[in-house]
Write a protein that binds this ligand. Sequence first.
Ligand code: GDP
Length: 440
Amino acid sequence: MTPDLNDTIVALSSAPGPGGRAVVRLSGPDAFRHATRVFTSSEPVRVNERRLYAGQVSLPGVASPLPADLYASPSPRSYTGQQMAELHTLSCPPLVEALIAELLNAGARAARPGEFTMRAFLAGKLDLTRAEAVFDVIAAGDRDALKQALATLAGGVARPLKELRGDLLDLLADLEAGLDFTEEDIYFVSTEDQLLRLGRALATLSLLEKQLTGRALGSRPFRAVLAGRPNAGKSSLFNVLTGATALVSPEPGTTRDYLVRRLDLGGVPVELIDTAGRRVLADDVERQAQTLGRDQARDADLVLLCVEAGAELDEEEWTLLRGAEPAVVLATKCDLTPAPAGRLATSAATGAGLAELRALLAERARARAAPAPSVGRCRHHVAACTERLRQAHQMVLFGEPPELVALELRAALDELGEMVGAVYTDDLLDRIFSRFCIGK
Ligand code: GDP
């Protein structure tokens, strides 16, 4: 699950249930456009103005319009940094449900738990510490999503950062505790130990720097998964796109496992995955293959939903489209039947639509590779912290007074503190008192 910032998400952000006021929130490039599909006011909603519009919401199947307010926050001065619209109306559950359904119909996607805050983090509006809290919220909803979000959002830096901060606080605590006893020649930490611990911290920072650089470059290839009913033409598309030979057969359920091939689309790497199609399960192997297929779809950056031209989407396919992952519908076998309007028409037999499909994949992959704004900020602090610790290392090596080493350590911790938005003095005192029982 890689967050796609180009789509517009919608969710109820007030407490569900009957009440005075329901707040339905949208964030993304089309937030105003989707909101104004249901909301009307005496004055037109302006894209660049942050303000409140009084008006009404009209919903299909609901006879009279509901009184409503629209809070419009243009990008970038909103909570998520994106265009945001909040519709405030009566909190009547069936009406709110109809309102959200209508916004989904307009093209919005149902937001995942914590996703507004996740976007705020990606826009550099929140620090890592607060973002970690968001990750916890996501974990409560879906563990797989949490794993992916941690890896993608923070580039996996949150945990090593926390450990590094802890180690440096311990070292500072040892140094500061020693400062109180210099007259009595009591040392809490030897020179060798200081050098060892500083060396370890520098190694961690160097790893973090590598991770952040990888994140800035887009560390893993974009993953696109071919999904759809058996016989929809997934393996044939996979074969013509990758030059591979997956087993193609007119009998449903031929692709029993999943296949992965890497494509190079004008220098942009893309992993294409062919999954087992879903159907009524015949045996255990097939059941396993389908589970694997579903796992692959869940980890995808883009789901390519293959539907034979002429066929309608069934309920499960609609669910997949509205699901967590961004998805595009491909009309397959267009040499046999013309594709319905609005779908990307392809044919593995004639090669029609393949250039467009490759272009679409390359475009999405390029968009994902763009680094989060927070990455630059983190790298700046990591570099500054590294510099401070190098100084401290030199000082210990040349036998400079521990007060000066402590000063450098404090400065290094300040950098980390700024990066994660934490204050360290209280923890430091806690550590000194709890570990050394000085008690004075
Ligand atoms: P999958 O189960 O979704 O992987 O579907 P396959 O790729 O195995 O295709 C199922 C059947 O549809 C096979 O008989 C293919 O030859 C046929 N098929 C696939 N793509 C096309 C196409 O573009 N045009 C035509 N005419 N037949 C196709």
